[in-house]
Design a protein around this ligand. Structure first.
Ligand SMILES: C[S@@+](CC[C@H](N)C(=O)[O-])C[C@H]1O[C@@H](n2cnc3c(N)ncnc32)[C@H](O)[C@@H]1O
Length: 412
């Protein structure tokens, strides 16, 4: 092999489904390589006296067959491909020689120059497999792979789908506001969009990055005439999709947490428009987290309940059972509740919740304007007034408020 070292490797994609692959050694190398072999559908036999707990779990799950013994001559017969990674140098040599004789492509973890195949640094994004070989520099391979995969995922590497660009609408959860907190899938779809209909909440900064040909529509400004505002948004989504545009409906947080995402998905389904839903990081968890408040904490809260506070507790339209909520020991997270927090706090106290229950209000969480204000159920209404807390804010009610470093300072 050594005399051919200057020749580059010949890249190829092996189709291993149902084909026998033998892995010798059940250590860290096997642990790293097995998932991709399993994903490729290979018929995998592991030969090794022992294995790491993760590899053992793959055998227990039936993803690989494990023969608990050392390598023996003949193990590679009928194998299309072999991974040699035992801690025994002599066994590796013998297995390598057997692979050469039986013309089985083989990777060696201990001596790449003695191998007949090299494993590229691989990554996948939306149906594209990226495989990078740089000869003897695996870190560079990994770095090149990462750059390409990341670029494909976030859309900064322009590689449009020519055969399969899916028409229709993507309802994308944009996360709480920090542009880094959108999912990679959401970001890629945004980069591929022709039209983006965006809410006020969410990662507005990302809209600045869109190329000039992308039409960005502020959902709040769509004229709705004789329709309800939501109907007008639904109609706009349908209209643009019917015109053959790739449409992204960019929403704050997660589309299905007080986001009316399902109403839009239903309207699209009725109009026969394909719709993809991309989850987002909901403000209900991430905004408290951004100021160091965990919505659960061992020994403090074993549940959290996310509540819409957009209608007052005594409003006939309210679907919230405030009496039951007052009886819970866990965390209450109220969205859209700044205006009604006085009535909400009074109702919770009236149903037995302690007036001393800690409360935190987090305004514009994860953005540059983020601000946390602390109170108790008894004082929160007054605090909102004196501190001029404004929407959007997440209100956290419960002992978790005092768990983190800022909460601890508050108690001190
Ligand atoms: C219509 S709801 C949408 C919630 C969103 N779908 C989610 O999962 O986060 C809007 C409310 O979410 C909360 N909210 C969203 N983003 C926020 C942020 N960055 N900071 C504080 N509150 C936020 C506020 O309570 C706001 O009134």
């Amino acid at each position: 092999m050594a005399e051919h070292a200057e020749h580059p490797a010949y890249p190829v994609g092996l189709r291993l489904t149902g084909r026998r692959v033998v892995v010798l050694g059940g250590g860290q190398v096997a642990q790293r390589r097995l998932p991709a072999l399993i994903a490729a559908g290979a018929d995998i036999v592991l030969v090794s006296p022992d294995a790491t707990p993760s590899v053992e779990a793959m055998a227990e799950a039936g993803e690989i067959r494990w023969e608990r013994r050392p390598y023996a001559e003949g193990d590679l017969s009928d194998a299309w491909y072999a991974l040699i990674a035992t801690p025994d140098a002599e066994a590796n040599e013998c297995a390598s020689a057997e692979a050469e004789r039986s013309r089985t492509w083989c990777v060696r973890s201990d001596d790449a120059s003695a191998a007949t195949a090299w494993t590229p640094a691989t990554g996948r994004s939306e149906g594209v497999t990226v495989a990078v070989l740089t000869g003897r520099d695996p870190r560079r391979s990994a770095a090149v792979r990462d750059a390409i995969v990341e670029g494909l995922r976030d859309g900064t590497l322009k590689a449009p789908h020519h055969r399969t660009r899916t028409p229709g609408v993507a309802l994308v959860g944009g996360g709480p506001g920090d542009p880094d907190l959108i999912t990679v899938r959401g970001r890629r779809l945004l980069a591929e969009a022709d039209v983006v209909i965006a809410d006020r909440l969410g990662p507005r900064d990302l809209l600045d990055e869109l190329p000039p040909h992308v039409e960005v529509i502020d959902a709040a400004k769509i004229p709705y005439g004789r329709y309800m505002a939501q109907e007008a948004i639904n109609n706009a989504l349908i209209e643009h999709a019917k015109a053959g545009k790739a449409v992204v409906r960019l929403k704050g947080g997660d589309p299905f947490v007080f986001g009316r995402g399902m109403e839009e998905a239903q309207a699209l389904a009725e109009a026969g428009i394909p719709c993809t839903v991309v989850p987002g990081i909901s403000s209900s968890i991430s905004v408290p987290g951004a100021v160091g408040i965990p919505v659960t904490h061992r020994g403090v809260a074993h549940e959290f309940t996310v509540i819409s506070g957009h209608v007052a507790p005594d409003d006939k339209r309210s679907l919230v059972d405030w009496a039951s909520l007052a009886g819970l020991r866990g965390t209450l997270v109220v969205l859209m509740g700044v205006d009604k927090i006085g009535a909400i706090a009074q109702t919770l106290i009236a149903h037995g919740k302690s007036p001393e229950t800690p409360v935190a209000l987090v305004q514009e969480g994860t953005t540059a304007a983020q601000r946390r204000v602390d109170a108790t159920l008894a004082t929160v209404a007054e605090t909102v007034r004196t501190e001029d807390v404004r929407p959007p804010a997440v209100i956290v009610i419960g002992e978790v408020v005092t768990v983190g470093p800022q909460g601890a300072r508050r108690d001190a």
